[in-house]
Design a protein around this ligand. Structure first.
Ligand SMILES: [Zn+2]
Length: 70
């Protein structure tokens, strides 16, 4: 089931977060195609958010989308 999502290179978790334009934490997963998908608000449009630095919800790892494990 969670195999559909990319994983944290450090701990293997599939949930990450970033701050939105209002400074609120947005929790998301990343599909096997590399597309961020809101984890708590299904259908939320994330296209305007800055994903250049993402944070793992579980272990504190920070990095880029490209560093996630497929
Ligand atoms: Zn992690």
């Amino acid at each position: 089931m969670s195999e559909r999502y990319r994983r944290c290179p450090q701990c293997g978790a599939t949930k990450f977060w970033i701050d939105d334009e209002l400074g609120h934490k947005v929790v998301f997963r990343v599909t096997s195609q590399g597309a961020p998908e809101a984890a708590k608000e299904p259908g939320r449009d994330l296209s305007l958010l800055d994903f250049s630095l993402i944070h793992c919800l579980s272990c504190g790892w920070s990095g880029s989308l490209g560093e996630l494990k497929a």
